[in-house]
Design a protein around this ligand. Structure first.
Ligand code: FEO
Length: 394
């Protein structure tokens, strides 16, 4: 990506990573991503806000060279994760007069991870400002979006917020600003689900912290910028605060068809009762799609066959993931099958202690489901529909 001018002497200088398909060796990136870096020139000083993944530092340097940047006074590290800070050694070597500006916690992490000497840093306090000459950077501590050291940078005069991961989306696009709102909403919701959802209460606090800042543009570190910030601010507000919907998420695995039959029956029984169901075959699903569905679900039903004495490993993986993401579901249950015994249900329930859910009566069948099992599934569907109604979600 070539540098693009946002306003006079404010540029995007980051890189688009069209081909990356996995983040943190965990998160699928169906649409690639970008590592956004921004250059802000004042009348006296120049600041670079966030850098890029080290695999793309040549793109950053090319963009800065093309703008004729010979010296940088401040490199702001809003966040220590290497996709934004991994180029720190090379950037500080290219611009040896630059100070790395970050929170004290971020400084410690960057020193630990990249062995940057202490004298290269200028640690800032919450709400501290730095003047670039006619332009003022204000630093806003924003822990847990996405690590504990995170801060946001606000350019006061232009009302631009540089929130790093907060409000980001893994989306490779040449569009500087959001054009396709539906596409970006989906990518941002996926990003929220996978990265931000475990920190929902911190997100609420951080939204509160910026609510009195006038914001014309949000320039995140991944995906396009928002020149109509209402779209993403309202979305975050809804994801973080709203009650879940009248929705069941049903991730499952079936090896020989028994659990699949139960899933199909339960989906139909719930649907008849007006409950929306989103089912995911964990043998083939994109776990990002599952994460998105978890944002709004009131109930999670996990479907598993018994492998040896426990749940299918793919189901265990999904349960551990859901437990880590801490969605706002209120109810959960397990359905599944077994051949000769085992403790699949107990083991699944033990894997989700973070979920503040009421466990509804599980249904486990021996072999292929029979009349009594279908009746139990009907009872489970009725119980879920009733619980949603009592909770005011239906
Ligand atoms: Fe984009 Fe938490 O790093």
């Amino acid at each position: 990506m070539k540098s693009k001018e946002i306003k006079k002497d404010i540029y995007c200088v980051g890189a688009i990573d069209w081909d990356r398909r996995l983040f943190d060796s965990l998160i699928p990136l169906p649409d690639g991503t970008s590592y956004n870096s921004y250059l802000v020139k004042g009348s006296q000083k120049t600041a670079l806000i966030d850098t890029v993944d080290p695999t793309m530092q040549e793109v950053l340097f090319r963009n800065l060279d093309q703008l004729g940047i010979k010296s940088i006074d401040y490199v702001v590290f809003n966040h220590a994760e290497p996709d934004h800070s991994g180029s720190i050694t090379q950037v500080l070597a290219k611009y040896p007069e630059a100070k790395a500006v970050c929170t004290p916690k971020c400084q410690g992490m960057l020193m630990d991870r990249f062995m940057v000497p202490e004298e290269k840093f200028k640690a800032v306090e919450d709400k501290e400002t730095i003047s670039l000459g006619g332009r003022t950077l204000e630093f806003i501590y924003a822990p847990w979006v996405h690590w504990p050291e995170t801060m946001l940078t606000y350019l006061r005069e232009e009302k631009i917020l540089f929130p790093c991961d907060f409000f980001g989306s893994h989306l490779a696009t040449t569009d500087m600003y959001v054009i396709d709102e539906g596409q970006v909403y989906e990518a941002a919701k996926r990003y929220y689900a996978e990265i931000m959802m475990p920190f929902r209460t911190y997100i609420q606090k951080n939204l509160e912290k910026i609510k009195d800042h006038a914001i014309d543009i949000i320039s995140p570190s991944h995906g396009p910028m928002y020149n109509k910030p209402k779209l993403i601010l309202e979305a975050y507000h809804s994801w973080a605060y709203d009650e879940p919907g009248n929705i069941v998420v049903l991730p499952y695995i079936s090896m020989h068809g028994s659990t699949r039959k139960m899933v199909a029956y339960l989906v139909e029984a719930l649907s008849r009762r007006g409950v929306t169901v989103k089912q995911f075959d964990l043998a083939v699903t994109d776990i990002g799609k599952l994460a998105i569905a978890l944002v709004d679900a009131a109930t999670i039903v996990i479907g598993t066959p018994t492998v040896l004495t426990g749940p299918h490993p793919n189901v265990a993986y999904a349960a551990v993931l859901a437990n880590a993401l801490k969605p706002k579901a209120k109810f959960a249950s397990v359905i599944g099958s077994y051949g000769w015994g085992g403790r699949a249900i107990e083991q699944i329930v033990a894997m989700i202690p973070n979920l503040k859910v009421e466990i509804l009566e599980p249904v486990l069948c021996k072999g292929f489901p029979k009349e009594a099992d279908f009746k139990a599934l009907d009872n489970l569907a009725a119980s879920i529909a009733q619980k949603h109604k009592e909770a005011g979600l239906a």
